[in-house]
Design a protein around this ligand. Sequence first.
Ligand code: URA
Length: 215
Amino acid sequence: MPDQDYMNNVLVFDHPLIQHKIGKLRQKDTGPKEFRELVSEISLLEAYEATRDLPLEPVEIETPMATTTVYELAGKKLALVPILRAGLGMVDAWLSLIPNAKVGHLGVYRDHETLQAVEYFCKMPEDIEQRDVFLLDPMLATGVSALSGLEVLRKRGVKSIRFVCLIAARQGIKAVHEVYPEVPIYCAALDEVLNDQAYIVPGLGDAGDRLFGTK
Ligand code: URA
């Protein structure tokens, strides 16, 4: 893939509310309670933006006054697939907007020595291949977890997948788009580098630890 082409199909949400909240989220003094709230609030705003192009169909209804045409979501049903554990922090906000979405769970951890993804849990809705899927993980760092999630979903026959994160590193976007250029990547911030332990810099540290207070 020619350099920079990997940035096609990437959308960085520049909404002022999202940017303000990302700033607070990054701060090291933000404790788990506020961190969880911010992840949720940003996820809600991202869900609003990332669902902008869902298809609608006209439906005739009756108001108390007259018959009129309204618009309902059409197309395939939706599913959310958070990558455990940090992806869990995004799910409730998405469900509050799309309450009928089914939720699959994918457990992937990053082996700190090999930096490879190890899949330890996978439970998907039975009809996942018939759904449009939003794959959720706050951090897109090396791309290893995202690639593992995308491979699982493609193997199950899922055709439409969008990847939604909070902070994406260029390296991760490149890694994902080299294999799956057709998968849109939505993020709230784009960071330039990873450190030697594959953490995003400046990033926000370990999203799972900060969500659940495990460090
Ligand atoms: N996962 C995290 O939680 N943080 C990073 O910086 C990279 C991956």
